[in-house]
Design a protein around this ligand. Structure first.
Ligand code: NAD
Ligand code: MG
Length: 394
């Protein structure tokens, strides 16, 4: 058994708290080196009291000051702030494992720092990989980092493949990946009714409890679009070999089809502690605190193809991947801006794909030859997306 020392990027989020719940069950196996959060100092302070990390980082400097005040009786915990603080704890030699669970583009720099430092990187932050695909995977190859997928679908696919062939699925006889999707809360809603859905309705996912941004992404099907791109990079394949299957029960987390006709699936309750425990302990198995699956009470599984007319985000993501270069980074940035505007009540739900499509049309694709180019396109696309939102709402 390897005792692991862990940094959790985004400790106060849905994935971060689930990770800490698994760690709490195995004090002999895991200890916490660093915990980080964006702005919620009070929540990070109470996690620090329980897990006693060496370092705590707040991305927001004012929140770091609040945290220092809240933890003044625990001087052994060093407090840092800003993107530099995040990158420092992601690459520190005192940690061997980094849970990358910051939401959105803000997670790319520290996730990349962990990759470059050759860590075991538990990748929940799919946006980082979508933005920088090839450069990210090149950095993994160069450093020898061990990237394990935490997204439930990608973790399922990983579990259904021979571990030494995940970057060369064809040589393992794999013909297709069947990527499952719940279909989100509006799977059966009419196109017309999608204009007036509220943020609360969009965040009420039928099967999973998650952060707000990914909940909205699940409702638009952009989450599946980002996951399609994520699967192509992680498993070195193409969209033609990845087929999305809407499976409303969210019990089959994805499947892998082999040339002999075998289809392997990974099943389980919709609980992120399963893929998190798989990544933390891999190749061993540990208790995750997840209730055993009761197939009798579930009874039936259903499957249907995704509806790309009501949910254009999946099509937009596939097209951005095909365009290549900086297009996926632009798609991601426009989506982040549009989702934030929707959550703030400044954009209607069905205009999210409209903003993304217009932003893609207004932002030239260039070769993604450096991280600087990708960050510059991210900034440019955010400006274009804001302009498009302003045009729609006048
Ligand atoms: P969340 O909103 O619940 O938590 C996000 C975390 O990131 C928080 O700790 C927050 O403080 C931190 N954060 C936010 N903005 C930041 C910034 N600018 N700088 C530094 N830290 C910042 O999100 P979540 O649902 O836990 O999702 C996290 C990531 O995992 C996302 O990329 C998401 O797509 C992915 N993911 C989540 C789930 C899930 O079940 N929640 C499943 C699969 C993948
Ligand atoms: Mg997922």
């Amino acid at each position: 058994m390897v005792a692991r020392r862990i940094t959790i990027l985004g400790a106060t989020g849905s994935i971060g708290l689930n990770t800490l719940d698994v760690i709490r069950r195995h004090p002999d196996r895991f200890s916490v080196y660093a915990l980080t959060a964006g702005t919620r100092a009070e929540e990070l302070a109470s996690l620090c009291r329980e897990f006693r990390p060496d370092v705590a980082v707040m991305a927001d400097p004012a929140a770091a000051e609040r945290l220092a005040g809240l933890l003044s009786d625990l001087p052994d915990i060093r407090i840092k702030s800003g993107p530099e603080g995040l990158c420092e704890v992601a690459s520190a030699s005192d940690a061997d494992t980094v849970m990358a669970s910051i939401v959105g583009a803000a997670g790319l720099p520290p996730t990349l720092a962990a990759v470059r430092a050759g860590k075991r990187v538990l990748l929940a932050n799919k946006e980082a990989l979508v933005m920088s695909g090839k450069l990210f995977m090149d950095a993994v190859a160069a450093s020898g980092a061990e990237v394990l997928p935490i997204d439930s679908e990608h973790n399922a696919i990983f579990q259904c493949m021979p571990a030494d062939k995940i970057r060369d699925p064809e040589s393992a006889g794999i013909t297709r990946i069947l990527l499952t999707a719940s279909g989100g809360p509006f799977r059966e809603s009419s196109a017309e009714s999608l204009r007036s859905v509220s943020p609360a309705q969009a965040c009420a996912h039928p099967n999973w409890s998650m952060g707000q941004k990914i909940s909205v992404d699940s409702a638009t099907l952009m989450n599946k679009g980002l996951e399609l791109i994520e699967a192509c990079w992680l498993f070195n394949t193409t969209p033609a070999r990845v087929e999305v299957h809407v499976h409303p029960e969210s019990i089959i987390h994805s499947m892998v089809e082999y040339v002999d006709g075998s289809v392997l699936a990974q099943l389980g309750s919709p609980d992120m502690r399963t893929p998190i425990a798989n990544g933390l302990a891999w190749p061993e198995r540990i208790d995750a605190g997840v209730a055993p699956l009761d197939l009798f009470s579930i009874g039936r599984f259903h499957f249907e193809p995704p509806d790309l007319v009501r949910f254009p985000c999946l099509r937009l993501a596939a097209e951005a991947f095909e365009s290549g270069g900086t297009a996926p980074a632009v798609l991601n940035a426009a989506n982040e801006v549009a989702v934030a505007a929707f959550l703030a009540g400044n954009l209607c739900f069905s205009d999210i794909p409209v903003i993304i499509e217009r932003t893609l049309a207004a932002t030239a694709v260039v070769s993604a030859d450096s991280f600087e180019t990708i960050f510059a396109k991210d900034t440019e696309a955010r400006e274009r997306a804001m302009e498009q939102i302003a045009l729609l709402t006048v």
